[in-house]
Design a protein around this ligand. Sequence first.
Ligand code: AMP
Ligand code: MG
Length: 372
Amino acid sequence: MPQKILNTRSCASFNKCVSFRHVMTVLALMASIIGLVSCESPKLIKTFYAMGGIPVNIIAVGLRDTALQRVTDEAAQSVKEWEAELSMYRESSVVNQLHKTKGSPVHLTEKGWQALQAALEAETITDGAFDVTIGPVVRLWKEAEKKGELPDSDTMQKALSFTGFESLVFDEANRSIQVKTHDPVTDNESESGFVLDVGGIAKGLFAEWLNDQIVNSLSPKEKSGLKKLIVDLSGDMYVRSFTKNDDCVVGIRDPFSSDRSALWGSLSIQKGAVVTSGTYERYFEIDGRRYCHIIDPKTGYPVANEIVSVTIVDPSGAMADALATAVFVMGEEKGIELIKSRPQTEMVLIRRDGTWVVSDGLQDRLKQTCSI
Ligand code: AMP
Ligand code: MG
C-alpha cells in the first residue's frame, strides 16, 4: 500500500497510515452535527437523556417529525431497559448483582448476552487491555477521587482479585453467567466483589443497536424517504447514509481547545461506528497529579502515556468503542499493530504534543477545517 504523507511536519506513519500533525476527535455536539450533515432534505433532531444524563441525539434526514418522535421514544425506552440490565450504576442491574449470587448463574436477556459476548471478544483481541471485569477497580478510583486519596496497595490487590474473565463461566445454552464458586466471592456486603463495567463499550454498542432498531421499525414508506440516520451518544456515533455518494459528515472536535464546539475537522462515513476516547475531558486530580478514567487492567492504575485521543471507525459499534478505550491501554505501538491487523478498522490517534497518525482508510475521508 503506497504511503501518502499529507503533512511534512508529520512525525510518524504506519503502513496503512498517513501521519498528520494535529488532533482530531469525533464531536458529539449536536449543533455541529446538524451543521455538518450535508443534504437538501430537512434535517431533524430529537434528544433524550440516558446513562446518568448524557444526551442521546437521533438525527435523521428525510424522515417526518412524527416518525422521528416515535422512533426516539422507542429508543429511549430501549436504552432504559438495556441500562437496567447492564449499568453498574444501577443497584439492581445484573452486572451489579454478580457478587451477591454467591456463584449461582445469573440470566441475561438476548441483548445482555450479546453485550457480554462483545466484551469477551474485545478482551480477547486486545489481549486483556479491554476488560469489563475492571468494575471493582473503577469503583476504587471513584472513591479515591471523592476522598482525594490514592488507594493503598492492599485495597488495590483486593479489587484486582475480583477482576478477570477467567473467574466467570458463560453458559450459552441458558444465556447465563456465574462467578466460579472457588474464586473469591466476597461475604462482605460493603465490598463490591465482581462487578462488570460495560462503560467502555456500551455507548458504541447502543448507538449501533438503536440505529438498527430505528431503521427496522420504520414503515416501507418512511424507510423509502430516509436519507441519513445518525445516532449520537455523546460522541459515540453510529452513522448511516442510504444515498450513494452522499456520506454522513461527522464533525471532529479539537481536544486541545476548551471550547467544546471547536472543530478541527470532519470525517465522511457512509456507514459505521465512529467512536472517540479521550483523556482531555474525563479526569480527576489527586495531590496535583492528573488521572484519567481508563485503567490498565494489569496494574489497576489509570493509564498515563502520550496519547490524548483515539478515534476508531469500525462496522461494529461495540468494537469501535472497545478499541478506542483499549488503544489507550495498549499504547501507540501495540495499538497501531492491532488496527493494522483489522482491515475493517480505521483509527486516528493523537498525542499530547499535537502530533498524530491516521490510518490510510481515512485519509480521503478526513477534512481539516481549522489551521494547525
Ligand atoms: P471510554 O470512554 O469508552 O474510553 O470508556 C471508559 C470507561 O470504561 C471508564 O469510565 C470505565 O468505566 C471503563 N474502563 C476503564 N478502563 C477500562 C478497561 N481497561 N477496559 C474496559 N473498560 C474500562
Ligand atoms: Mg470505549
